[in-house]
Design a protein around this ligand. Structure first.
Ligand SMILES: Nc1ncnc2c1ncn2[C@@H]1O[C@H](COP(=O)(O)OP(=O)(O)OP(=O)(O)O)[C@@H](O)[C@H]1O
Ligand SMILES: [Mg+2]
Length: 326
């Protein structure tokens, strides 16, 4: 389909359509989040030629990179990044989690004790970018020395470190915002990369949004979070327009959903009715999530048969479906 080709999107669960222009640069459609729909997955492109790929195209990336981002704290970013990565790894894909949050929750979740030596963490990479590494190692060495094997097959992590905090100002003032993308473009051997971000739009979350192909947005069914979602989607749209044409919003992940309570149902319905790309899978609230954090064991290892583990599997399947060419 040539650039600027007009398309029409139909959500099969509703009678809503959206018109726009196709843009190959954006790895998909020139607009997002504007399609009136009730479900993300059933989109059909009805433009001709009929062999047009689905909403998100399989672009055969060297490594598919997802960022999990929301400026609101505690919505489930680390939980979702780590559990999706763990499931992905069980399917035989070599998978990497990059923890860009100084809190280091994903690092602790997947490795247990936090990594004490900053030169074994992502801080080493950013120091090398600034050529501040005391051991004279250079940026060219890439990420190899900071990738840690986890106890779980096919799953690796680049941990975070509190040293990220003081580095931030210098990275920002020296315009190093593209360095993460550059190094990940050259990283070989990983099929999938999940990037966990801090609850703030800072140098690291912006680097991640620039480096990623897909963005997942957790939503915790709170009225304040709903208002913040619109700001958040604008931020992502701006990052896409200014820095990363290849970024696509994969969807909003409804987390801690209480299906029997009226308010969460109403909040999610309103998001869907206003055309936001809400994913179909709901993650319920479960005490097992906290337990899995404290045991440093992703849910599919801690409680493989539990409802919440099945929900994470369903979310992973839903995202895999969005990834494929239809
Ligand atoms: N579905 C769930 N059921 C129960 N507890 C959950 C669920 N999802 C997340 N939690 C809990 O909520 C807390 C916050 O989750 P998490 O750390 O994943 O959020 P976050 O967005 O990464 O937070 P931060 O912004 O601080 O990095 C954790 O204690 C986690 O165990
Ligand atoms: Mg977190």
């Amino acid at each position: 389909m040539p650039n600027g080709y007009p398309f029409r999107v139909k959500a099969s669960s509703t009678e809503s359509f959206r018109f726009g222009l196709y843009s190959p640069l954006s790895q998909g459609l020139a607009t997002f989040g504007l399609v009136s729909c009730q479900r993300c997955k059933p989109f059909l492109l009805t433009a001709s030629p009929p062999s047009v790929p689905g909403l998100i195209m399989n672009t055969e990336k060297q490594n598919m990179r997802r960022v999990v981002f929301n400026q609101k704290g505690g919505v489930g970013k680390s939980t979702i990044a780590c559990n999706l990565a763990a499931i992905n790894a069980t399917e035989g894909r070599k998978t990497l989690v990059i923890d860009l949050d100084v809190q280091g929750n994903s690092s602790h979740y997947l490795l247990g004790d936090k990594v004490a030596d900053p030169d074994a963490t992502i801080a080493y990479f950013f120091k090398a970018v600034l050529s501040l590494n005391p051991f004279g190692k250079s940026e060219d060495e890439g990420l190899g020395s900071v990738i840690h094997e986890t106890p779980f097959p096919n799953l690796y992590v680049i941990p975070s470190h509190p040293e990220l905090e003081p580095l931030q100002g210098r990275l920002e003032s020296r315009y190093k915002i593209y360095k993460l993308r550059e190094v990940l473009d050259t990283l070989e051997g990983f099929e999938s990369i999940y990037i966990d971000t801090p609850p703030v739009l800072n140098f690291y979350s912006r680097s991640a949004l620039i480096a990623a192909h897909r963005c997942l947005i957790p939503f915790d069914c709170d009225a304040f979070s709903r208002e913040a979602l619109y700001t958040l989607l604008n931020v992502v749209a701006e990052m896409k327009a200014d820095h990363n044409n290849g970024l696509a919003v994969e969807g909003i992940v409804v987390n801690q959903f209480q299906g029997r309570a009226n308010l969460p149902q109403q909040l999610v319905r309103e998001l869907e009715e206003s055309g936001l790309p809400v994913l179909q899978t709901r993650l319920s609230s479960s005490v097992k999530v906290r337990e899995s954090h404290s045991y440093s064991k992703p849910l599919i290892y801690l409680e493989p048969g539990h409802k919440i583990s099945e929900e994470f599997r369903a979310l992973h399947r839903e995202l895999s479906g969005l990834d494929t060419t239809e």
